[in-house]
Design a binder for this molecule. Sequence first.
Ligand code: ZN
Length: 388
Amino acid sequence: MNFHSSKLFILNSVFCILFLFCLSSCGRPAYRSEAWWPEPPEAEVTLLEEANTVHLAVRSPYKILDLKNGTDLREGPFLASTNVTLDQGQLTLGGVGLGTDGVRVVPNVDGSLELEGTSYRGEIYLVKGPKGGLRAVEKLDVESYVLGVLGSEMPNHWEPEALKAQAVAVRTFALYLKNNGVNISSLHLAYKGTKKETPDLKRIVIQTRGVVMLYKGSLFPAYFHSTCGGHTEDANLVFGKDAIPPLRGVKCDYCKDSRYYQWRREISKQELEKNLRKAYPSLKDIWEVKPLDRGPGNHVSKVEIRYAAGTYRMNANEFRLLVGPNHLLSTAFEIADRGKTVKFYGNGWGHGVGLCQYGAGTMAKDGFTWQQILNKYYPSVEFVKIYK
Ligand SMILES: [Zn+2]
C-alpha cells in the first residue's frame, strides 16, 4: 500500500465509522418515500346534502361553469352573497335560472369562496342530490383539507409534535377514504373550511407534507378520539371491521389529566326512550339497560334494552349516538339502575379507537416525537411520504 492509497484507506475508514455512528445514534430516518402521486391528490368533501337553499359568495373574480359541458354560465369580479336553489330540477342563482342541474364554481383566488358564510379553498360543485335537494361538494388538494381539519380536531395551541401526529393521522384517514371511493363528510372528520387555519398550523402541515401511515403497505382508517380513559379500543368491537394490529387497542397512561377521563351522567328512562325511539319506534316502557361484551379498552360493544314488550340488543356505538354523543361521552361505561333513572359511570370521550388525543398531547409535553406518539397508538405502522 503506497502513501496515497493508505491515505485513501484511512479516509474511507473514517467515513465508514462516521456512517455507522450515525446509523446507531441518529436513529431510524423519519420516513421513507414512495411516489404514489406526483403532487397532493384532490379531496372531495361533501359540505351539504339535500339542502333547499344555499348562500354562495365569491370574494374574487369567478366563473360558474356548467358541469355537463363546461359552458361558461356566469362570471364577474366578485359575487355578493346570493341564494342558490333548485326550481323544477334546475339550479337558480339569485332567482335566475342557470339552465342546468349541476355547476362548478371556480374562484380566481384560492380561499375566496364562501358557502353559508364559511370560506373554502379549491372549487365548489353544486348539484342536484339523489333525493332532489341541493348537494354542495368542495374539491381541494388534500394538504389544504388536512390544514382545515387539523385546527377543527385539535386545539391549535397544543405541542407541535402532538399536532404533527394529528396531521399525519388526518391525512392517512382522508386518503384511505379517497382510495376506497368514500365521499368525505363531517361524519368522518370535523371541518370548517379555512376558519381554523393559522400560520403555525400551516407550518405543522408543511413539515409532515405527504407523510402517511401504512400498515403492510396500505392506508387504513386512522381513527382518533379525544380521551381513551386508560386503554384504547379494538376497532372490531366498535365498528365491526376486521381488526388490524394498528387498531387493536393499547394501554394509555397519558390521558389522566383530561377532564373527560372519568364522568358520570344520570339520564331518566323517559329521556332514553324518547331518544332511542328515533331508530326503534316500538320501544316503550324501558325496564333495564345492560352493557354487554367489553373490549380490551373496557368499551362495551352491545347494549341490551329490556322493555315492556321485549328486548332489543343494539350496537353500543349506535346507542351512544342516539342518546347523544356529547351527553354519553363514550361507551366505556358501567350502569347503575336507579328506578326511574339510569346512572352511567364512564371513562373517556369518543369511540376510543386509534389515537388518544389527550394522550398525544401529554406525550408531546413529555418530549416524545410525532413518530413515537403514532407508533404507540398505531403499533406496526411505517411512515411513508407518498408525494412531494
Ligand atoms: Zn388515553
